[in-house]
Design a protein around this ligand. Structure first.
Ligand SMILES: [Zn+2]
Length: 503
């Protein structure tokens, strides 16, 4: 009996959603913390409900497939609250990945768990660059499969080196695990010669703020439905709609449609034509989905709704990219709100000061918090109250103060955190030792992610989206930003781009 040769696949992870307009670079250090970088089984188990989890689950359904976790950094500890990734950080981790790929190879396939909106100083298209270097190591016969976040900024460069990509269709990102599963199944089929990846793709010159991209309502919902119908109609067809991420000032920003087929260039082209023409026809509606109020108006509305019994009210500052913004807190004090939760204001320096002072529950608190990191975060705001919870993270000597809860005013609670917290689920508030049901108004920092736990769940009775008056870096008014690597005039709604593109 002939022994079947094992199929060997490697898993690499390198993700960030980079807000290049933030002043704080994402450094090597930001990727290094307890659990990161991860390798081997640790990497493979790092994200069981997400992309990597889906990939590993399906890959391990095949007894002849061996999965290897290559040393990779996890999401930086700053979350999405940091800017350009330093060249040093990128080269450091990619260097390790390639060395390990060589040392542990040869591999028949590689899975790249990437985001698509990573921005690195000195490297215009980091995901494509990673794919290119991986290709150099594994050779032309092996296959590269990838997953993307829906906010990926990509052009044709990535698929010039990689064979296939599967992007999340929903925002909030519900289908990460599913796309990871697909990336595994199709990678293995390609390796076995049962699937011949043929892609077509087109950029659609539309640029939009992520707060406008909620797929829980039309026309974004219809756009995704159209992609799903295509996938249902045609076996082995996969459709990606990359919405783009406008806060990364990179040359490949904006929307992209990709179709992946089993050796059928005509079908790939037809589907991309259909999807991209539909998107272009509906461009006005696609960008007219969300009402964004000023902070003062939003806080006033929230107070009114609460008084009328339309509560809990979720007040989401969609524009705060660092987590330090104090605009809502300032208005909550100014307009005398009660039973309001502020979750959270990030202030690493304040948390550090409190840690050094050995802060304890029951102590009086009187400090100016937040603001300062850049103009978009506003001025520090003074809060006086009582410390009701002290949240720590890490173990043993690595233990550090992560958050402090301060009760103030009439039933209000401020959660001060070390880093940006984007509350997506009610449990995340619970983990910070605050009971979401105990407040009339919940002020959070999120664009669309929060809909998962606060809207789709039926929890919020009213939702108000706000941003500060001046167009700061998280604004929906993108022409208020100073782009250097792209020209807004080449995108709807800021110019009159050529359509259909000359190809
Ligand atoms: Zn995203």
């Amino acid at each position: 009996m002939k022994l079947e040769k094992k199929i060997r696949v490697a898993v690499l992870h390198f993700m960030h959603e980079t807000v290049t307009f933030l002043g704080n670079d994402t450094t090597l250090d930001d990727f290094i913390y307890e659990g990161s970088p991860a390798r081997g089984e640790e990497l493979l188990a790092s994200d069981t409900r997400g992309y990597v989890g889906g990939f590993v689950k399906v890959a391990r359904e095949y007894p002849d497939v061996e999965v290897t976790g290559i040393e990779s950094p996890l999401f930086p500890k700053t979350g999405t609250g940091s800017g350009w990734i330093t060249h040093e950080a990128f080269e450091h981790f990619v260097g390790i990945m390639l060395r390990e790929l060589r040392a542990q190879g040869p591999f028949d396939g590689v899975y790249l768990a990437v985001h698509g909106a990573m921005a690195v100083r000195g490297i215009a298209r980091p995901e494509a660059e990673l794919a290119r270097r991986v290709r150099d190591v594994i050779g032309p016969a092996a296959f590269i499969s990838a997953t993307f976040d829906p906010h990926a900024n990509e052009d044709e460069a990535f698929l010039e080196s990689a064979d296939m990509a599967f992007s999340v269709k929903y925002f909030p990102h519900y289908d990460c695990h599913l796309q990871g599963e697909r990336a595994a199944r199709m990678l293995i089929r390609a390796i076995r010669g049962d699937f011949k990846p043929v892609n077509f793709q087109r950029k659609v010159p539309i640029i939009s703020a992520t707060v406008q991209q909620w797929t829980g309502a039309s026309p974004w919902m219809d756009m995704i439905q159209r992609a799903l119908v295509w996938e249902a109609r045609e076996p082995d067809l996969f459709v990606n709609v990359l919405f783009g991420f406008p806060w990364a000032d990179v040359p490949d920003a904006g929307m992209t449609v990709q179709a992946l087929t089993n050796g059928n260039p005509g079908l790939a082209r037809k589907v991309v034509d259909d999807m991209s023409e539909w998107i272009w026809r509906r461009r006005e509606d696609l960008l007219d989905t969300t009402k964004v109020l000023s902070i003062a108006d939003g806080v006033k509305q929230a107070k009114k709704f609460a008084a009328e019994g339309r509560k809990p009210v979720v007040l989401a500052d969609h524009s705060d990219r660092s987590g330090y913004a104090t605009w809502i807190l300032e208005q909550v004090l100014e307009q005398n709100l009660s039973r309001t939760l502020i979750a959270t204001i990030a202030d690493e320096q304040a948390i550090q000061t409190l840690q050094e002072a050995g802060v304890q529950v029951g102590q009086h608190f009187d400090m100016a918090v937040g603001g300062r990191v850049d103009p978009s975060s506003g001025e520090p705001v003074r809060v006086a109250g009582e410390i009701v919870h002290v949240g720590e993270k890490g173990t043993g000597r690595q233990r550090y103060l992560d958050s402090v809860n301060i009760a103030f005013g009439d039933g209000n609670l401020l959660i001060l955190s070390r880093y940006l917290v984007q509350a997506k689920e009610l449990e995340e508030i619970g983990k910070l030792e605050a009971d979401p049901a105990g407040f009339d108004i919940l002020a959070i920092k999120s664009r669309v992610h929060f809909r998962r736990g606060f809207d789709d769940s039926g929890f919020a009775k009213a939702i108000l989206l706000v941003e500060p008056d001046e167009p700061f870096l998280g604004t929906v008014r993108l022409d208020g930003l100073r782009y250097e690597n792209l020209d807004l005039k080449n995108f709807y709604p800021y110019g009159s781009p050529e359509w259909p593109p000359a190809t």
